[in-house]
Ligand binder design. Structure first.
Ligand code: GUN
Ligand code: ZN
Length: 438
């Protein structure tokens, strides 16, 4: 028999593998490969996925790392998180509009100071990576300099990130308000400096929500969305009933809340709308037609008492849905914990979300929502190796639960309710180590 010529690869990483290949909303699929491996090239792309023995027959690795007793799974994707709210988790007693006014706007003024942004931005990315999150769509403050600092920290941390400075020109403290022309200038400067940098940093136009933006601001952002075709768009939508009443009052001519974004060209396949709890059937139909993406933020919705996300209404229309922590209304940086909360919300609605669907929301669903599905989201050959490594044997109560379980899906599901940061052993982005537990 002719000997097989082995292909050289930069790194072979071994461990049990959890992965998914398509949307379980239409076609349930989740795979476990025990004693699996990933072969990675020098650019951080996946060359091979399979059992360790099969990959060892095909590849000659320059380096090999074996994570015994651990699982390798795609780095999680957080599609809605606020950097300047990282120190405001758990502020008591208000729902959305009161909470913004009492706690959040004052904090965003403080976090707009470059010194504060400098002090906390690297901690922010440390926290994301240590929780197994490798890609995030992030709202910064409305200040351009502190957003620039945040981009620099993303670059240094190795994380994959899409970041936008928040745009507001009304109904907020004057320190957070920028005129339409200032905002345009600041947004364009950030786009030209950062969008597409290092292949893993991108810009998102970020009207905070329509109550905080005049027609002129929304129009200007819609024009930028047309001018810069790869730039993403992120905002809040239909989170709270008082917010919806306020939108009606401020936009008397608009058909509904969605129309306030639709009218200005802010809704397309590059848009992520956070929350989407109280949308009407007409709004959901138009969201499907416009191919916008949804970020479900369960810990935030529970914390502010905003409502119960109707996941089935979006899956029926095949609207790409993903999950966000929404720190600091959200109460955990962990997407593991966020998925556990997403499950509980569907239980409260007497609906089910399957374990494969939960896995998808945080991986391939997130990648699709961010237009990164050709780059990340699962371990398909050719994609970037964004990997988290979890060692469930570290926690005895979880170890016992795992040893009793019959299926890989059950093992994944139980991790959602036992998650602690200490379980994350290592994290890779673009095949490079960005976190390793000592
Ligand atoms: N709507 C407008 N701004 C915000 C915010 O900062 N957090 C949440 N949860 N909703 C918002
Ligand atoms: Zn938010």
């Amino acid at each position: 028999m002719k000997p097989v010529t082995k292909q050289v690869c930069a790194h072979l990483i071994r461990g049990t593998i959890w992965n998914c290949n398509s949307s379980p909303f239409s076609d349930p699929d989740f795979e476990e490969i025990s004693d699996g491996a990933l072969a990675i090239d020098s650019q951080g792309r996946i060359l091979g996925l399979g059992t360790a023995s099969s990959l060892k027959r095909l590849f000659k690795p320059k380096n090999e790392t074996h994570f015994k007793d651990s699982v390798l799974l795609p780095g999680f994707i957080d599609t809605h998180i606020h950097f300047p709210q990282m120190n405001q988790i758990g502020c008591h007693g208000e729902s959305l509009l009161g909470w913004l006014e009492k706690y959040i706007y004052p904090e965003e003024i403080r976090m707009s100071h470059p010194q504060q942004a400098q002090r906390f931005s690297s901690l922010f990315f440390d926290e994301l990576l240590q929780n197994g999150t490798t890609t995030s769509l992030i709202l910064s403050s409305s200040d351009a300099s502190s957003t620039d600092i945040l981009f620099n920290s993303a670059k240094d941390s190795g994380a994959r990130a899409i970041i936008g400075k928040v745009s507001m020109d009304r109904l907020a403290p004057k320190e957070l308000i920028r005129s339409v022309s200032q905002d345009k200038d600041h947004s364009e400067r950030l786009i030209s400096k950062w969008h597409g940098k290092e292949g893993r940093l991108f810009y998102a136009l970020t009207p905070r929500f329509s109550p905080a933006c005049s027609n002129a601001m929304l129009r200007m952002l819609g024009e930028l969305a047309q001018k810069y075709s790869g730039v993403r768009i992120q905002t809040h939508f239909s989170e709270n009933l008082d917010e919806i009443k306020l939108v009606k009052k401020l936009f008397p001519k608009a058909k509904d809340y969605l129309h306030t974004y639709e009218d200005f060209g802010l809704l397309n396949e590059r848009t992520v709308l956070a929350h989407c709890i109280h949308a009407s059937a007409s709004e959901i139909n138009r969201m499907a037609k416009l191919k916008v993406n949804v970020s479900h933020c369960p810990t935030s919705n529970l914390f502010l008492g905003s409502g119960l996300f109707p996941m089935d209404a979006y899956s029926r229309k095949e609207i790409t849905t993903s999950v966000g922590t929404d720190i600091g209304a959200g109460t955990s940086f962990s997407i593991w914990t966020t998925l556990g909360a997403a499950y509980k919300i569907q239980r409260l609605r007497h609906q089910d979300v399957s374990t494969a669907q939960l896995f998808y929301l945080a991986t391939l669903g997130g990648a699709k929502a961010l237009g990164l599905e050709n780059e990340v989201g699962n371990f398909e050959v050719g994609k970037k190796a964004d990997i988290q490594v979890i060692n469930w044997k570290k926690k005895s109560i979880l170890k016992a639960r795992m040893e009793n379980s019959q299926t890989a899906l059950d093992r994944f599901f139980s991790c959602l309710f036992h998650f602690e940061k200490d379980l994350i052993e290592a994290v890779f982005v673009d095949g490079k180590p960005v976190f390793a537990r000592q």
